[in-house]
Design a protein around this ligand. Structure first.
Ligand SMILES: *[C@@H]1O[C@H](CO)[C@@H](O)[C@H](O)[C@H]1NC(C)=O
Ligand SMILES: *[C@@H]1O[C@H](CO)[C@@H](O)[C@H](O)[C@H]1NC(C)=O
Ligand SMILES: *[C@@H]1O[C@H](CO)[C@@H](O)[C@H](O)[C@H]1NC(C)=O
Ligand SMILES: *[C@@H]1O[C@H](CO)[C@@H](O)[C@H](O)[C@H]1NC(C)=O
Ligand SMILES: *[C@@H]1O[C@H](CO)[C@@H](O)[C@H](O)[C@H]1NC(C)=O
Ligand SMILES: *[C@@H]1O[C@H](CO)[C@@H](O)[C@H](O)[C@H]1NC(C)=O
Length: 416
């Protein structure tokens, strides 16, 4: 059976058994910005990361502050995994995964070792935390051009499906544990900002980032038969010519110097897992979705004003195909974008789109709004990346009556 159809079955199963309102969209929201309400926990904290330090020392100050949250997160993963495999999985993680760390490319190997040393979390568990996202992240990303030629880029990062449904609070366990780990990081070299990112404390790859005045980048997972499990398995078995998705994203943010440069690298580097790279530039027309297989690029879909395409929006399905009907976040998001129109698009109105269910959902861990250009922008002029986590404004949900099985789908497949 195809992996994607397996996934569809599980989504359907979760929808039915938890009475989540999968597949139903609400009216487009408006006036959601700035974020407020009881579920808004405040602005995400900024940290500076000094790239001139040895990799093993770079994250020390972040981990010192976030250690308790990191330990709680990893404990939650262990609780889930322990229940499922009678503890065998964690034994494997603690004993086998540390061996992988030395095969990871520099500087990621050294940074991960440093994280383990400072946090006191076993090395294998930090490695697990760092390869987690290669496997199951569902997201919505959009790059937009307004009538003046300003480029905006925004995303919801949704994570934690199948990772423990809490029947009391009606939330996904891992998603909730991840929220306190969301941090904004300003990566500096010679005391100057190289790029900025919304990330998780303890995670060295990047999923969301901006090189101010140059480009913005997000990555969404792409499900495919030739998926991440196979790539990771090959890596473990010694075939290591592909690049980890989130490591490539970080390398591009750190070392590519223009939109074109970034686009070439994202399109041409061999990967461990298929992916969508969503890239925004600093000039009119510079916004694209790169649809990747592990080996090559299937398609580059760009903003094309002449064709009336003033934004490109990606969830987790190829843009030329219909999304799975129970997981259709694309249609409601596009409906709201089109309703706003290019004339009225701003970071605020994009935030409205990302706050509309089911684009916003119980897996949404953070929303990032990015503006690459030098044009100052209202409420989020300084710094020009405004990130909001813990948003979830009044997600109304029927009480779940049935039990959702905690299914460690991903790791099972990867261990097989
Ligand atoms: C969040 O940041 C914005 C802009 O930097 C500021 O105006 C606002 O007061 C902050 N909100 C909180 C709750 O700290
Ligand atoms: C970097 O900036 C800080 C504060 O602005 C300053 O104290 C420090 O000396 C600078 N370091 C270097 C290497 O220039
Ligand atoms: C970026 O380039 C520098 C200089 O070549 C190198 O030291 C660094 O490791 C690179 N960063 C990444 C993430 O590969
Ligand atoms: C856009 O990016 C290019 C390449 O990094 C840079 O040379 C140029 O100055 C940037 N343009 C603006 C308006 O910032
Ligand atoms: C833009 O927003 C304003 C104020 O909400 C509204 O009056 C106007 O009709 C909108 N324009 C378009 C083209 O939708
Ligand atoms: C949901 O559950 C809570 C507590 O378990 C209860 O107070 C509330 O009335 C329930 N809501 C509905 C709509 O059943």
């Amino acid at each position: 059976m195809k992996l994607s159809s397996l996934r569809h079955i599980f989504i359907a199963f979760i929808c039915l058994s938890s009475q989540l309102s999968c597949g139903t969209a609400e009216e487009c929201r408006d006036s959601m910005y700035p974020p407020k309400g009881p579920t808004f926990k405040g602005n995400v904290t900024w940290y500076t990361l000094n790239l001139d330090l040895p990799p093993s020392e770079r994250w020390t100050h972040v981990i010192k502050e976030k250690k308790a949250e990191l330990v709680a997160m990893i404990q939650a993963i262990k609780d889930l995994a322990g229940g499922f495999f009678h503890g065998k999985l964690i034994h494997l993680v603690d004993n086998e995964l540390p061996l992988i760390v030395d095969t990871l490319p520099y500087p990621f190997n050294e940074e991960i070792k440093g994280l383990a040393a400072v946090s006191g979390v076993p090395l294998g568990e930090v490695v697990l935390f760092n390869i987690f996202y290669e496997i199951f992240t569902v997201c919505t990303s959009v790059v937009v051009e307004d009538l003046k030629g300003n480029i905006y880029h925004a995303r919801n990062l949704d994570f934690g499906l199948f990772m423990g449904w809490d029947r009391k609070t009606h939330t996904w366990t891992i998603t909730e544990k991840l929220k306190p780990l969301v941090v904004n990081v300003d990566f500096k070299r010679n005391n100057k900002t190289v790029f900025k990112s919304t990330s998780f404390a303890g995670y060295v790859g990047m999923l969301t980032g901006i090189r101010p005045k140059e480009f913005t980048l997000t990555v969404n997972e792409r499900f495919s038969v030739d998926g991440g499990y196979i790539g990771i398995l090959e890596w473990i078995l010694g075939q290591r010519d592909g690049m980890w998705m989130s490591f490539l994203t970080r390398r591009v943010l750190e070392n590519a110097t223009s939109y074109e440069d970034a686009k070439n690298e994202l399109a041409q580097t061999k990967l461990l897992a298929p992916a969508y790279f969503i890239l925004g530039g600093n000039q009119t027309g510079q916004g694209c979705v790169i649809t990747r297989t592990r080996i090559n690029t299937l398609d580059i879909w760009e903003i094309a004003l002449k064709l009336g395409r003033w934004y490109v929006l990606e969830t987790n399905y190829d843009h030329w195909e219909e999304p799975f009907f129970l997981d259709d976040r694309r249609t409601p998001a596009m409906k709201c974008m089109n309703k706003i129109t290019q004339a009225n698009i701003t970071l605020q109105t994009i935030y409205d789109v990302l706050s509309t269910k089911p684009v916003l959902n119980k897996l949404t861990t953070y929303t990032s709004l990015m503006e690459v250009s030098t044009v100052l922008y209202g409420k989020c002029s300084q710094p020009k990346i405004c990130d909001i986590s813990n948003i979830a404004p009044a997600l109304k949900q029927k009480n779940a009556t049935k039990h959702v099985i905690v299914f460690f789908f991903n790791f099972q497949l990867y261990l097989m």
